[in-house]
Ligand binder design. Sequence first.
Ligand SMILES: [Zn+2]
Length: 384
Amino acid sequence: MDEALRAGKISAFANVVLTALKVAAGIFANSTALIADGVHSLVDVLGSVLVWLGIKVAERPADASHPYGHFKAESLAEMAVGLIIILSSLLIMHEAISSVINASVPTFELYAVAVAMLSAVANELLARYKIRVGLKTRSTSLIAEGKHSRVDVLSSLAVVVGFFFVYFGYWWADSVVAIAISVVILQIGGSVLKNSIDVLMDRVDEELALKVRSVIEKIDGVKSVDFIGTRGTMKSRVVEVHLTVDAGMDAETIAALQREISEEIKERIPGVVNVVTVVNVTKPKVLAIPVDLYGHYTGELDSPRFVVVNLESGERMVVENEHYRAEKRKGYLISELLEKHGVSMVAVRKDGEGAKAHLKSRGILVKVIDSGLRDVEDVLMAVS
Ligand SMILES: [Zn+2]
């Protein structure tokens, strides 16, 4: 059997026994504090068991009627547990206050003190055991449970201290301890409830979002990251990213980029089970139209001039092609020139593969425009 699971079961069993002993002894000795401590143990068991059940359901794979999986089942279980815990805390508080008002005096009984002491020792042993197994099996939830058992030790010790006050005549000390324990229980319930609400409300995990951003921003081809969302539980987190790439990027490259993003995030950030990417392609803003010396559209990259048009503002300028008739690396040099002028799209008659690769590497889109056109205005019309 899984060692972490066994540790959890042993702990739950021990707590059930402690609950029975403490509640029984508390009733016989009329000690609200001891009953409260018993309820505290029961609440701890309930919490662990329900969370396990939730995890079992949450692990079920997605099906036709639950395409996003079942991970929220864990949160629903948590929410129910949180509410039960808060309710029991309030009941104990009510009980403690009414025993002060009614002057319900607890009796100092050695067996009751012994039960509280036993509970403190047992919880300390459980704490050590769970932390050790938790570290070994890398189960953060088991380590957290182990630390929680340390709180349980304090809870039981407080009951012992309360009994000694009762022995010396301060009978109300028992109720004070009971109220203190109920506050601890209330905090447990509150954090369980908050955790479940965070998951159900898809509250963003800021630390995770920062990690995701730093991973994506290092990937080539990503121009900007527009949205990062995270949801799910600690064990199965879903990340959604929206990003923008250059206008010149084709579908194949975008698909490869999405794969890379998904793999990088899953590899670098534990607990991420799914990455959804939405890619926006920037709308080309600046168009270059190659023209001859008479200002007619040539449709060839190797032309003496370019009319560079800002498609948003309508602003135009003529750029001399200093690499016109260059001997070597013409495609490279012209692409560089166009990039320098902020060009994001260039009009050509037919897309030759060599030049296209150069343009693409600079994020410049190649737009094939009808060869019958001569006039720059007609080319502009054809683009828009
Ligand atoms: Zn506890």
